[in-house]
Design a protein around this ligand. Structure first.
Ligand code: ATR
Length: 272
């Protein structure tokens, strides 16, 4: 049977084995997909061992995406731009192709939710690895992207790095107070600490769509706050999670599974 796994730390709450087994059932692919806990000093060895034993692909999650980028023998263009790899595929000669499906997973989900329309002004909050991974696919949808971050220099660095790919500007958090955005995306790790990024409440009205790349059983802190400010259209990152998994599945098996049905099944499962 074809073997796959997700590597991360922590990894016990990963939904990837569940999602990939659902995809396998839907598409009639026989596969085994497990979750593997790696440590900072044995990530490379565990990956090499996994592929040496005949595995065909792996997903990589926090905190190893940059390391996976570094050990890839070849990179897709979107992985190069993201500076991180969330999907590895073993090629017939044994070498590893590194890809990044996070950005396309986000864009597909925003489109499914009718939250992304060309010419819109979109605010991306955060300038870490998660934010970097989604910038190019967002710019490809012909929106204007403003990036803001607690540490402005990181937002400024990313805006300069991606300036040739579309309309992108970096603004300090205190300088966006009087601006209007159609969509605000939270790409910070604040949800993990049950916090929210300190953006001005004046940015949100009933027409501002809000998306949190983080997801939880209940409304995330950012979305709860956005709702309190009057936002009507709010969504968390569960759909992005399924979308990135679907694009990894496609890279490995050449078949695109059903995303919407899987999101519904996963939602039912996590709120149990
Ligand atoms: P990831 O790879 O998940 O993006 P990361 O690279 O560590 O993780 O980036 C974390 C992001 O969340 C950064 O944008 C960080 O802001 P700083 O660059 O100023 O550190 C943001 N972040 C984390 N905690 C935050 C907080 N309490 N308030 C606002 N932003 C926060």
């Amino acid at each position: 049977m074809k073997k796959f796994a997700v590597f991360g730390n922590p990894i016990n709450h990963s939904k990837s084995p569940y999602i990939h087994h659902l995809f396998a059932k839907q598409t009639g692919c026989a596969l085994k997909y497990e979750a593997i806990l790696a440590s900072q000093d044995n990530f490379k060895e565990s990956i090499n061992l996994f592929f040496a034993k005949g595995a065909e692909g792996a997903n990589i999650t926090t905190p190893f995406k940059e390391e996976a980028y570094a050990i890839s023998n070849e990179l897709t263009d979107r992985a190069k731009l993201a500076g991180a790899v969330n999907t590895l595929k073993r090629k017939p000669d044994g070498s590893l192709l590194g890809d990044n499906t996070d950005g396309i997973g986000l864009v597909n989900d925003l489109q499914r939710l009718n939250m992304l329309v060309p010419q819109q002004r979109v605010l991306l909050v955060g300038a870490g690895g998660a934010a970097r991974g989604v910038i190019k696919p967002l710019l490809d949808t012909a929106i204007t992207l403003v990036i803001t971050n607690r540490t402005f220099d990181k937002a400024d660095y990313l805006a300069k790095l991606f300036s040739s790919y579309g309309n992108i500007e970096a603004h300090a958090m205190q300088n966006i107070e009087n601006q209007q955005f159609d969509l605000i995306i939270n790409a910070t790790t604040t949800g993990l600490q049950k916090e929210i990024p300190l953006i001005s409440p004046s940015l949100i009205n009933s027409n501002t769509a809000c998306y949190d790349m983080f997801y939880d059983k209940k409304l995330t802190p950012f979305l709860e706050w956005a709702k309190q400010q009057g936002a009507n259209q709010c969504a968390d990152g569960l759909g992005m999670l399924v979308g990135q998994a679907a694009h990894s599945f496609f890279l490995w098996h050449g078949i695109m599974p059903e995303i919407t049905k899987t999101i519904m099944m996963l939602r039912k499962d996590i709120i149990k």
